[in-house]
Ligand binder design. Structure first.
Ligand code: SAH
Length: 351
C-alpha cells in the first residue's frame, strides 16, 4: 500500500525518538500521549501498518498514514550458517542492500547491524572496504534491522545484544548512529540495557570525543589492529589522520561507566602484526586503560592479500596478553561459511 515515491517523502516513524512521536501526535492535533501509544505499537507490539494501531482514533490513524510509515526494511534473503548464525540481507527503500548477522551463543542472541551501505575507510584486510561508501543509513534504517531481525525469531526467542559491527563506520554516520542508539536504549522504544549494546569504530578521534559527551553508556570497541603507526598506516589508511597515540589518548579520556571496559579489536594477520613483540607492544600501549582485547584471526576472502596465522601463533599472541593481566579472547568469527564473518560483508550493487 505504500508507494516508493510516497515513502521517499514521508516520515519514517523509526527515525523519531519517543518524544518526537509525541510532538508528531500534537502536530496532528492529538494529545501527546497518543505518541506514546504509537511507540508502543511499533516497539512493543511490532506492527508494521499504522492502520493496525486500533486504540488510536480513526482520524488520527488516517492523518498519520498520509504522512508517515513504519520503515522496517524488507528481508531479501536469509542464509543460515553451519554454526547457527544467520546472515540477513535487507533491501532498503531505494533498492540498496545491507546485511545484518544473527549470532546465537549460549544464552545470548546477538545481532550485528550495519550503519552504512558500504564503507569508505578501505582497511586493507576488509572485504566491505572494497565496496567503497555508497551512502549513510538513517537512524530508522539501523533500528529497522533490529525490528526486522526480531520478527524472524521463533516465539519466545529474543535478541539480547546488539553490536554495531556490520557494514560501515558508525562514527562516520554520527547523528544517525547516536539517534539509533537512543532508540535502542530508550525504555519507551526498544529498551535494551546500554551494557548490551556495543559500537565499534575504526578509530575516529573526533567521533569518540563527541560520543563521550552523549551519556549513552553503551560499550565502545576500537578496531586497533596494529601496534605501530608504520603497520597501522599500511593496513588502515585512517591511521594517517589519527595516529595510534592520539587515538589511545582519546580512549583514555573516554568516560567509561563503572565496571565497564573498552574493547580493542585486533585482527591477526599472518606475518604482519602477529609477532610476540607486537603483543608485548600492545600490552604497553594499553597501560592505564580498562581494556579487554578481542583477537580476530583473519577471515579470508577472494583476492585478499592476507592470511590467517597458524593456530599456535594465535594462541601465543593471546598468552602474552594474558600473562600481563590483559583479558584477551579469541573471536572465532561466526558465519564464515556464508560470508557473514567480520569483514566479509559485501553486497552487489543493485542493477
Ligand atoms: N567500521 C567499524 C565497524 C566494523 S566492525 C570498525 O572498523 O570497527 C568489523 C570488525 O571486523 C572490525 O574490527 C574490522 O576491522 C574487522 N575485520 C574487517 N575485516 C576483517 C577480516 N577479513 N577478518 C577479521 N576481521 C575483520
Amino acid at each position: 500500500m505504500c508507494y516508493p515515491s510516497r515513502r521517499m517523502s514521508a516520515i519514517n516513524l523509526l527515525d523519531l525518538l519517543p518524544t518526537e512521536l509525541e510532538s508528531l501526535a500534537e502536530t496532528l492535533g492529538a494529545p501527546r500521549y497518543r505518541g506514546r501509544q504509537i511507540g508502543n505499537w511499533i516497539y512493543r507490539k511490532g506492527v508494521s501498518e499504522i492502520d493496525a494501531m486500533s486504540d488510536l482514533p480513526r482520524d488520527l490513524r488516517r492523518s498519520l498514514d498520509e504522512r508517515a510509515f513504519i520503515g522496517v526494511p524488507a528481508i531479501e534473503r536469509r542464509t543460515p550458517s553451519q554454526d547457527g548464525s544467520e546472515k540477513i540481507v535487507f533491501r532498503l527503500d531505494d533498492g540498496a542492500r545491507v546485511q545484518s548477522v544473527l549470532m546465537p551463543d549460549a544464552d545470548r542472541l546477538t545481532l550485528c547491524v550495519s550503519t552504512q551501505v558500504g564503507c569508505g575507510f578501505a582497511c586493507a584486510f576488509c572485504y566491505t572496504g572494497t565496496m567503497g561508501l555508497e551512502r549513510n543509513l538513517g537512524a530508522g534504517e539501523i533500528v529497522g534491522q533490529v525490528l526486522g531481525a526480531a520478527r524472524t525469531l521463533e516465539p519466545g526467542r529474543r535478541l539480547t545484544h546488539i553490536v554495531y559491527m556490520g557494514m560501515g563506520e558508525p562514527l562516520a554516520n554520527y547523528q544517525a548512529t547516536v539517534t539509533s542508539l537512543r532508540l535502542l536504549t530508550d525504555p519507551l522504544a526498544l529498551g535494551f540495557s546500554p551494557r548490551r549494546v556495543t559500537v565499534s569504530t575504526v578509530g575516529l578521534v573526533g567521533g569518540i570525543e563527541r560520543l563521550a559527551k552523549e551519556n549513552l553508556r553503551v560499550n565502545l570497541a576500537i578496531s586497533l589492529h596494529a601496534t605501530s603507526n608504520e603497520i597501522r598506516d599500511r593496513i588502515m589508511p585512517v591511521n594517517k589522520g589519527f595516529a595510534i597515540e592520539e587515538l589511545l589518548a582519546a580512549c583514555r579520556r573516554f568516560p567509561l561507566p563503572f565496571r565497564q571496559r573498552m574493547t580493542f579489536e585486533y585482527v591477526l594477520l599472518d606475518g604482519v602484526n602477529d609477532r610476540p613483540e607486537d603483543a608485548r607492544r600492545l600490552v604497553r600501549l594499553l597501560k592505564g586503560i580498562r581494556a579487554k582485547v578481542n583477537l580476530i584471526p583473519f577471515n579470508d576472502w577472494e583476492g585478499a592479500d592476507f592470511a590467517r596465522p597458524p593456530l599456535p601463533r594465535v594462541l601465543g599472541f593471546q598468552s602474552v596478553l594474558l600473562e600481563h593481566g590483559i583479558t584477551a579472547t579469541v573471536r572465532w568469527s561466526k558465519g564464515e561459511d556464508i560470508g557473514a564473518a567480520c569483514g566479509q560483508l559485501r553486497e552487489a550493487v543493485p542493477a
